[in-house]
Design a protein around this ligand. Structure first.
Ligand code: FE2
Ligand code: FE2
Length: 182
């Protein structure tokens, strides 16, 4: 198990190259670690019937704290990326890519809020399992599909001040775009 002061490393394929975004993504790994530390049986237990009342209270409290911290984190993190879309003009170069990215942010946020709204102290293990799965998908799918592309597009726009050529956007898997804004 990692000591509490260490920061787990991201898979190199999930590094965007933007230090602020990557640092925030490492915090997601810390949230996954926090969740695993709440309940040793979270991936198997259907309910918390076998646990003592003290254990139930402790797990419920930690899960509520973790959800609160996660909700604050995701608001800040999504704002970081959505500000980059605007300030780096990615939304002007490819609005559709940015809209899909923001829709996925909204879906993640909604799913976390739903888990928080449905909390039941007898179902803490189930909630932890749901949240752990959600965060794993966020790390492996959202970062790979949306965040890495966002930072690649920022680099491409910066290196083509006269307009991003079509072949460059195709190379990144992005939609074709005629030119960057003047
Ligand atoms: Fe992100
Ligand atoms: Fe994102």
């Amino acid at each position: 198990m990692l000591p509490s002061t260490s920061y787990p490393e991201l898979n190199p394929a999930l590094l965007t190259g933007n230090s602020e975004v990557d640092a925030e993504h490492r915090l997601l790994l810390r949230f996954l670690e926090r969740l695993r530390n709440v309940c040793a049986n979270f991936d198997k237990a259907d309910d918390c019937e076998a646990c003592s009342r003290a254990c139930l209270r402790g797990c419920d409290t930690v899960l509520i704290e973790t959800l609160g911290d996660l909700l604050m984190f995701l608001v800040d993190h999504f704002r970081t990326e959505e500000d980059l879309m605007r300030t780096e003009r990615v939304n002007l170069v490819d609005r559709e890519i940015c809209e899909l990215h923001k829709e996925d942010h909204a879906a993640i946020s909604h799913a976390v809020q739903k888990i928080a709204a449905d909390l039941d102290p007898m179902k803490t293990a189930t909630h932890i399992r749901q949240l752990h799965k959600l965060l794993e998908n966020w790390v492996t799918n959202h970062i790979r599909l949306h965040d890495v592309l966002l930072i690649q597009m920022i680099g491409m726009i910066a290196s083509h001040p006269q307009g991003v050529p079509l072949h460059a956007m195709h190379y990144m898997g992005a939609h074709p775009v005629l030119s960057a804004p003047s």
